[in-house]
Design a protein around this ligand. Sequence first.
Ligand SMILES: NC(=O)c1ccc[n+]([C@@H]2O[C@H](COP(=O)([O-])OP(=O)(O)OC[C@H]3O[C@@H](n4cnc5c(N)ncnc54)[C@H](O)[C@@H]3O)[C@@H](O)[C@H]2O)c1
Length: 282
Amino acid sequence: MAKKLAVIGAGLMGSGIAQVSAQAGWDVVLRDVTDEALRRGTDGIRASYDKFVSKGKLTAEDAEAALGRITATTDLDAASEADIVVEAVFERIDVKQEIFRTLDGLVRDEAVLASNTSAIPITKIAAVTERPERVVGTHFFSPVPMMQLCELVRGYKTSDETLAAAREFAEGVGKTCIVVNRDVAGFVTTRLISALVVEAAKLHESGVATAEDIDIACKLGFGHAMGPLATADLTGVDILLHATENIYTESQDEKFAPPELMRRMVDAGDIGRKSGQGFYRY
Ligand SMILES: NC(=O)c1ccc[n+]([C@@H]2O[C@H](COP(=O)([O-])OP(=O)(O)OC[C@H]3O[C@@H](n4cnc5c(N)ncnc54)[C@H](O)[C@@H]3O)[C@@H](O)[C@H]2O)c1
């Protein structure tokens, strides 16, 4: 029998995780709070499968079969049968804790509860449940169907068995995993990208170099596929600002203090590609 996955949040990441999992044979329940969010999510999945089909990387039959394995719903109870639940809602600890509290009372005792958080300590999410040893971070990257990495994060009480189950799931959907052994805010990847984006934004803000030149420096000087400010626009300046604020609050390390420019961009709605304007215009 196919294994059952529930994905909470049908946004950019949740829909991507649902997409690769259904393609790998999982029965997926995709849950969001509104029908509109679910429609956006499933439309995105369909469009992405179509693209893979047109490039000859997926057959039309396999795409149809994968779509047929995804059930979109606003009913959280639909997650009750899941072997693994991956939460991918807004990066807000209160929202995530509320979801984990509810899921804990809903899913089977053996089920693994995973969070796709970019920066919130898994231990703080796990602590609201009666099963902190069954809670783990599965930090996928955007766009999920294209990006190879999954960062697995151990909370303070995460068991070896849970980590192994998370690894089996992530590898099964085609990802390569790294393990974050200590539950520091921002883990490995968000700490690295936050430090780079904060410094890039500060250099830009103080007029040391243009956004274009900072990105060119990282691409041609360091061989990065994309510069930090273009990456911020792709990820969402708002998402990165929140992630950086979390790391700063937790670590009190000045290098993570978000620059005023990023705050004002978010205040003004210039949050990157999804708004048409970030460090660049789209
Ligand atoms: N965007 C990225 O590049 C990226 C990369 C890695 C990790 N993350 C993390 O993944 C998570 C999701 O990010 P995203 O970019 O997909 O966000 P998003 O804004 O695209 O989607 C979030 C979705 O969650 C839904 N939601 C809110 N409350 C909910 C609830 N109670 N139940 C069900 N759904 C609910 C919203 O309606 C929305 O559709 C965040 O924790 C983020 O930090 C994001």
